[in-house]
Design a protein around this ligand. Sequence first.
Ligand code: R5P
Length: 298
Amino acid sequence: MSLLLAFDDERALAERLAQATSLPLVFVARHRFPDGETRLRLPPALPAHTVLLRGLQQPNEKLTELMLAAAGARELGAQRLTLVSPYLAYMRQDMAFTPGEVVSQRHVGRSLAGWFDAVITVDPHLHRVATMDEVVPGRCGIALSAAPLLGAWIAEHAPGALLLGPDEESLQWARAAAAAGGLDHAVCRKLRHADHEVEVELPGLELRGRAVVLLDDVASTGRTLVEAARGALARGAATVDVAVTHALLVGDALEQLRAAGVREVWSTDSVPHPSNVVSIAPMLARALSSSERPSAAR
Ligand code: R5P
């Protein structure tokens, strides 16, 4: 018998996952001391297989919690620990872009491999690294994609739309979503100058009168999508909507998207946000059950 542990700020997805897996769900009790330290309380006796759901949006404090939760869970009886982290932070820093930069992906991945036996995530920003097994060396790493789910949603709510990935790295998601929804797709080219300063060059397609849906793995400041939306509307697109797996949408991102003329913002429930319309819980449940089979195909 396994158990699903979760944190109450991810209650909605935790409850959907518990229902989809039929696992008993227990929330980790968390206290934050005035000086910033955290105390966690887990059930005093854990089953041999314990699953922990923890997305890594706003990751720094959560990484400390993960370290404590994993170590505590082992002491309390968990022999096999699976982390379900729908949004896995620190995946974008996958090389030293300037000399001396720390390659966060490598080190966060190695830490997770030290704490967990298996890591399941959704649309991690893998670009120069091909698989999740490489991110968590020696452990079972599973990368799922919500792009087909978003493609099906878009086909229903913006029939005939052109899916436009805002940069070349988004091709993998645009292609998969387009295949699932029977839609056309293309990608832009992006040049990032700073956190909030991005240039997006649109592909040379006719956009006049078309419904365009911008599709990406993650929206953080939203500036990538803002520039792509402005460009598409300037080229005569009839409507521009946005679909992302991970709606981080920090700061004024949503207001900026609206100001740029974006009509709807759709996301999965990987990160709790008012734009959540597609649940990844059934897909996570299937992956959890296949990861328990000895020769799980991934
Ligand atoms: C990176 O290439 C990702 O796929 C996203 O395009 C990027 O992280 C979005 O960041 P922001 O919303 O801050 O422009």
